[in-house]
Structure formats: structure tokens, C-alpha cells
Design a protein around this ligand. Structure first.
Ligand code: BG6
Length: 608
């Protein structure tokens, strides 16, 4: 996934573009570039590398002008080189464009264009678009862009400028997120609102097939039949400050540290004590709808898939509905068995992950109603579902998801309570859960305060080549998430396992070098987990135990013990996940890793 930005207005465009690219870097950060239209000229500056390298190039070869586009890349086609960086241009260098997505028929188009005499200078799929527009009929840039795209198969969020149509940015959306920013006398294009929040809070989310034309005196939106459209102007609910570091060393630590507030934000206005339930108006699920559900299917990728695994335990416990959890990337190619009354829950922080979007479309084709658990307001998933729950966790910039995960778990608790109460869950159970949820923000704050102790424990992972995470029941999913966090940001190989599975194979990996993180909160399988601990310790494994406060006997044999506040077993995953986030964070920092932009990853992947 990449980030695109564009600007038309009175300011010096490079300044706006660079500020936007800085905010978009979490979407992809292996190469970066801008194209700026000045007096009768179009200048492109791009590098294989990051913002500091581009700034250095611009210091040497400055560009200025009121109109331009920019791009930060997560390579899909072609290596990470200066030439493969965006923007890409046509043969004469008079058309420049930036692209987020994949052109599936690029190879065929490239052959045809080369036979027609076009000279290609990159290995990217995107470059074909510049040459297609160069060849396309039309008096205006928007006409030529539209005609050129008739031949294109694939996904794109696109912004284009041309020397012979000055002061204009043309933006197009198909499959990748594109929004417009509406300022006073200035207009912006961006992949997400964080890129332009410091300039305007008024945004227009483009629909698939939309083409927008931005000029100094205004913007127009045409649909795929070139008919003028009046799209809603939405207001961004959070300010630029929320997307800034706010004094924290990096976004991941900021987002970990915000979790006492973010779990409270998910619950704000949704704890309905009179009804002993959760008020979830956005879900659009009537009592009848809730009563008719026969099966629930949860879809997601990465951390969102792990949230789904926790969600299965929560929903099956609070409702009598069987739940299955699928990797979205796998589900979309499974022959969907269209069982009636299957509700699909799609979990996605960004709401833009291509695999999850396509899985949702497959589920709908299979006749399933779909609700979304989404953090980004106005994202594609939020607009392609029958209802949903916004997490209100604020922008999550760090590539490794943290606050969105705990917010997803709270949202799943509210969902299960809401549906459960519609299906006969006793009011007493509802009230107990509501009062336990009210204690959660304070319990999260106390768990965050364990940071310094966990930082000490992270020293034990400094030289580890591998690690194993163990949990049982709902804590198995937390173990998987803990292992993912360590992999994502510290590059230490790690695996999560159901604790009882150790003796069926992985126990062979245990020796003095192998750190083993065990989730042992006081719950109904606690004693079973102790047995696994003994098996590991007997083979010399180094044990880090995540337990519950007040367990006077402590965790026998543990080398390190981190005790989180006591809570009901369905709420405890929120508390046990946080020490694993902090453990991975400090291990990565100790190893000198860039926790916000781990290598080879991106915040959400909008290409398959
Ligand atoms: C990956 C992110 O690209 O996508 C993960 O690095 C995330 O952090 C996963 O969990 C799924 O993203 P989303 O936005 O669909 O929850």
C-alpha cells in the first residue's frame, strides 16, 4: 500500500506535499517523490529512500509552484530504486502521476505501448498509465485520464498533473481509498485524512469510479459515466494533534500509552445500564435480526484476525451462537456455503485492507449480512457493510496495531452483550459485565504502569533468535498476538501455541536459549497451564509469565512474572495483551529497530 497526496492553491505546493507525505509514510516507506507544476514547467523529484533523502534532494534541486502531487511507496512491482519511485511520467515528461494500487494488465499494456514506440524507464506497473494518458484522446486532462483508464484492469488511487493543463490535479478512485480536502481557496487529494488534517477538516470521500478535478477556483466530481456528482462533505472527527506524536518518542509508544483513554472511547455513550445492555445504534440490528442469527463468521487479517479469535470466545460465551473465524485472505477463495442467517463480522482497523474487503464482497454474494468493526471513519469497509461499530480509537499510525486491538476486543464485548441480551442473556449478567467494563480504563492504566518492570524483562529477549508464546482458551489468541507483535517490530521469530499443544511437538524446541512467554491469568484453565509450565521448565526453558494480581502463590518456576489487574476471563485478554505489546516494544527498541516503520510492512495492505 502506498500514500498519495495532491494540492492546488495559493501555498507553495512542495511544503504541503512534504507535510502530507510525512503523515502518510506509515502506509509505505521504501521510496518517495513529488511532481510540482511551476511557471510553464513540470518538475519531478524522487528517491529510493525516505523523507530525509527527498528533503536533501529538494535542498539541492528546489522546486516551487501552486500545484503538485506526492507519493510514498510500498513496492509491489519493481525493486526499491530512484527510478521506480513515483511520480511516473510519459515519454515527454509532461504528464506526471502517483498511484496506490495494482494494474493487473500492465504487462500486456506495456508490450502494446512499447510496440507503439513508447520508451519505458521503470519496472513498475504504474508507468503504463502515464503513457496511456499520453496517447489518449481528449481536450482536457480529465478527458484523457478517463479515456486512458478504459483499458486498465486493476485497482488505483490516482493523482495526475500535466504541463499543458496547468493548475489542475485530476484524481481517480477504483479500489484504493482517495479523498479530497476542501479548504478555503485551496484543495487537496489524499489517501487518508491524516495527510491534510493540519490544513482542513472538511473531506469528501470518493466512491469507486469517481474522477475529481481540483483547480484553484474549486473542485468537481464526475461519476464513471462522467456525470457531475455532489458528494457529501464530511468533517474529520479528530484534529491534527491526534495524528501527531504529542511528546512521545514514536507513534507505537504513544498508541500503547493511550489505551486507558481509547478503551473508554469505545464504550462512551454505549453502556446502557437501564437496559443492562450495550447501545449500538450503528449496528442496524433489530431484536428480530439478532434472534434470527444462526451462525456468526468473523473475518480479518493480522491483528484483526487475532481479535476475531478472542471474539469467538466472547460471543459464544454471551450468546448461544456458534462462531467461526477465518483469515479474510483465505475465506475469499473458499467456496462460500450460503447458510441462511449467517451474520458476518468484518474486523479491520483501517477499513481498507484489500483481502478483508474482497472477503466481505464474497460473503455478501453468499447472502450474508455483514457488519464491520472499523476504526477509520468513512473508510471503504464502513461504507460497504450493513452496519457496524466504530472503535473511536483515533488515528493509529504505528504499523504494528496496538490500541486498535484492545479497542476491537471492547467492541466485541459490547456486540456480544447487545446480541446476547436480545437472545435472553439475563439482565444480571448484563449488569455485571457493564460494571466490570466501567472498571476497565483504570485497570488498563494500572497495567500500563507495569512498563518499567516489563522493560527490564525485555532484556531477556535481546539476543533471542526465537521465542514461544503459550496460552489456553481465550488466552491462546492473545499468545498469537503477542508473538505477532514481537515478529513485526523486533524481527525475532516467534510462535504462539495453545499451551497443551507443546507436548505434541514444539516442546522439542525448548532449551536454555528459548524464551517462553506464558499467559497464566487466574481462570478456569490456570491449573492446566501450570502443567505446561512445568514441562517447559523441566527442559530448561526461560519463562516469562503474565499472571493476575493477588495470586499469592505466584507462578512457580517463572523467571519473570508480570501480574495484571484481576478481571473476568472475557475482559482479561485486554489486560494480558498490553504487557505483550510493551515487551515487544522494548525488545525492538533495545535491538535498534524502527518500531513505527518495521521493514517490509505497511499499515494496511490495499493490494492483494
Ligand atoms: C497489516 C498491519 O498490514 O494489516 C497490521 O501491519 C494489521 O497491523 C493488518 O493488523 C490488518 O489491518 P486492518 O487495518 O485490516 O486491521
Amino acid at each position: 500500500m502506498c500514500g498519495i497526496v495532491g494540492y492546488v492553491g495559493p501555498r507553495d505546493a512542495p511544503q504541503v506535499l512534504l507535510a502530507g507525505l510525512e503523515r502518510l509514510e506509515y502506509r509505505g516507506y521504501d521510496s518517495i517523490g513529488v511532481a510540482v507544476q511551476g511557471e510553464d514547467r513540470l518538475d519531478v523529484r524522487k528517491v529510493g529512500g525516505r523523507l530525509p533523502q527527498l528533503n536533501a534532494l529538494l535542498a539541492e534541486q528546489p522546486v516551487h509552484g501552486p500545484c503538485g502531487i506526492g507519493h510514498t511507496r510500498w513496492a509491489t512491482h519493481g525493486e526499491v530504486t530512484d527510478s521506480n519511485a513515483h511520480p511516473h511520467v510519459d515519454c515527454r515528461g509532461e504528464i506526471a502521476l502517483v498511484h496506490n494500487g495494482i494494474i493487473e494488465n500492465a504487462d500486456q499494456l506495456r508490450v502494446r505501448l512499447q510496440e507503439a514506440g513508447h520508451r519505458f524507464v521503470t519496472e513498475t506497473d504504474t508507468e503504463v498509465l502515464a503513457h496511456l494518458i499520453e496517447d489518449a484522446p481528449g481536450d482536457t486532462l480529465e478527458e484523457r485520464v478517463r479515456n486512458a483508464l478504459q483499458e486498465v484492469v486493476g485497482t488505483y488511487g490516482l493523482a495526475v498533473v500535466a504541463k499543458d493543463d496547468p493548475g489542475k490535479v485530476v484524481a481517480v478512485r477504483r479500489g484504493s481509498p482517495v479523498l479530497l480536502g476542501v479548504g478555503s481557496g485551496e484543495y487537496f487529494v489524499a489517501s487518508d485524512p491524516t495527510a491534510i488534517a493540519e490544513y482542513t477538516r472538511s473531506v469528501v470521500y470518493l466512491n469507486d469510479g469517481d474522477l475529481a478535478i481540483l483547480e484553484a477556483d474549486g473542485y468537481r466530481v464526475l461519476d464513471e459515466s462522467a456525470l457531475p456528482q455532489c458528494r457529501v462533505v464530511d468533517e474529520i472527527v479528530w484534529d491534527a494533534e491526534a495524528a501527531a506524536l504529542g511528546g512521545h518518542p514514536n507513534f507505537m509508544w504513544k498508541e500503547i500509552s493511550e489505551q486507558a483513554e481509547t478503551v473508554a472511547n469505545v464504550m462512551r455513550g454505549r453502556l446502557f445500564h437501564e437496559g443492562a445492555t450495550a447501545r449500538l445504534n450503528g449496528l442496524n440490528l433489530t431484536k428480530g435480526d439478532a434472534e434470527s442469527i444462526q451462525r456468526i463468521r468473523i473475518l480479518g487479517c493480522g491483528t484483526s484476525w487475532h481479535a476475531g479469535l478472542v471474539g469467538r470466545h466472547i460471543i459464544e460465551e454471551l450468546t448461544d451462537i456458534p462462531v467461526e473465524v477465518d483469515y479474510a485472505s483465505e475465506f475469499r477463495y473458499r467456496p462460500v456455503t450460503a447458510t441462511p442467517n449467517t451474520l458476518t463480522i468484518a474486523i479491520s482497523q483501517s477499513g481498507e485492507t484489500a483481502d478483508t474487503l474482497e472477503a466481505v464482497r464474497a460473503a455478501r454474494e453468499g447472502g450474508s449480512r455483514v457488519v464491520g468493526l472499523v476504526n477509520v471513519v468513512g473508510s471503504t469497509l464502513s461504507r460497504e457493510t450493513d452496519g457496524g461499530i466504530y472503535l473511536h480509537a483515533g488515528p493509529e499510525i504505528g504499523v504494528a496495531s496496538t490500541k486498535a486491538f484492545t479497542a476491537q476486543l471492547v467492541a466485541l464485548l459490547l456486540f456480544a452483550l447487545h446480541v446476547g441480551r436480545h437472545r435472553g442473556l439475563p439482565a444480571t449478567t448484563g449488569r455485571t459485565l457493564l460494571s466490570e467494563l466501567q472498571r476497565l480504563p483504570e485497570q488498563v492504566a494500572r497495567t500500563l504502569a507495569l512498563g518499567p518492570q516489563i522493560e527490564e524483562v525485555a532484556l531477556d529477549l535481546l539476543d533471542a533468535r526465537s521465542a514461544i508464546y503459550l496460552g489456553r482458551g481465550v488466552q491462546h489468541a492473545v499468545a498469537l498476538e503477542g508473538a505477532l507483535k514481537l515478529k513485526e517490530i523486533s524481527y525475532i521469530h516467534a510462535e504462539g501455541y495453545p499451551a497443551a499443544e507443546m507436548k505434541h511437538g514444539p516442546l522439542a524446541l525448548i532449551d536454555q536459549e528459548m524464551p517462553v512467554v506464558v499467559l497464566t491469568p487466574r481462570d478456569r484453565v490456570y491449573h492446566k497451564v501450570l502443567a505446561s509450565i512445568r514441562e517447559v521448565k523441566a527442559r530448561g526453558g526461560r519463562l516469562i509469565a503474565i499472571s493476575t494480581e493477588g495470586m499469592s502463590e505466584g507462578i512457580p518456576l517463572a523467571d519473570h512474572e508480570i501480574a495484571v489487574p484481576e478481571a473476568p476471563s472475557l475482559i482479561t485478554p485486554i489486560l494480558t495483551a498490553i504487557p505483550l505489546q510493551i515487551l515487544a516494544y522494548h525488545a525492538a527498541i533495545l535491538r535498534g529497530c524502527d518500531v513505527d516503520r518495521p521493514r517490509h510492512l505497511a499499515k494496511s495492505v490495499t493490494v492483494e
